[in-house]
Design a protein around this ligand. Structure first.
Ligand code: THU
Length: 160
């Protein structure tokens, strides 16, 4: 038997004014996407913006459904849009912003587990990490250097 330690690291910025101009630009795009989310049931709006290596920006937002599980998260809408529109083009970074019409979201909202798994497929496929930045509506921003740093013990095609 052995015990292993899994650790990860992230940079936490106090607010968007501390971001680089590129990170700020991408987060602005995530906010733009968030404002167009279709979330009439949860009232929780999420926007995602992907910067690709060809400098294209691909947006996604959550799309809910009266049959709740038939809805989809912002991150998966964005990454599948990127895969459908720009197949084979690498992702450089992902920015995520979340807000709610019920209460102010003032802490960073990370991608859900299912989105982490979906996103991991693309990081593994491109053999190059992409940065992930996430925040609420205001306040701190968390930045990780890769998607897989958010998903220890992930499942991948090597197990198949
Ligand atoms: N949601 C996302 O868009 N991304 C996440 O990573 C977590 C949750 C959406 C799904 C649903 O429309 C709403 O937020 C509340 O769960």
């Amino acid at each position: 038997m052995k015990k292993i330690e899994i650790s990860t690291s992230a940079i936490v910025f106090n607010d968007v004014s501390e971001l680089s101009s590129e990170d700020k630009m991408l987060m602005d795009k995530a906010v733009e996407a968030r404002k167009k989310a279709y979330a009439p049931y949860s009232k929780f709006n999420v926007g995602a913006a992907l910067l690709l290596e060809n400098n294209q920006i691909v947006l996604g937002n959550n799309q809910e459904n009266a049959a709740y599980p038939s809805g989809m998260c912002a991150e998966r809408v964005a990454v599948w849009m990127a895969g459908a529109t720009f197949p084979g083009i690498k992702i450089i970074k992902l920015a995520i912003s979340a807000s709610s019409s019920i209460s102010k979201v003032d802490k960073p909202i990370g991608p859900c587990g299912a989105c982490r798994q979906s996103l991991s497929e693309y990081e593994i496929k491109q053999k190059q990490p992409f940065e992930v930045l996430f925040m609420g509506e205001v306040g701190e921003i968390v930045k990780t250097e890769s998607l897989l740093s958010l998903l220890p013990f992930s499942f991948d095609s090597s197990y198949l």
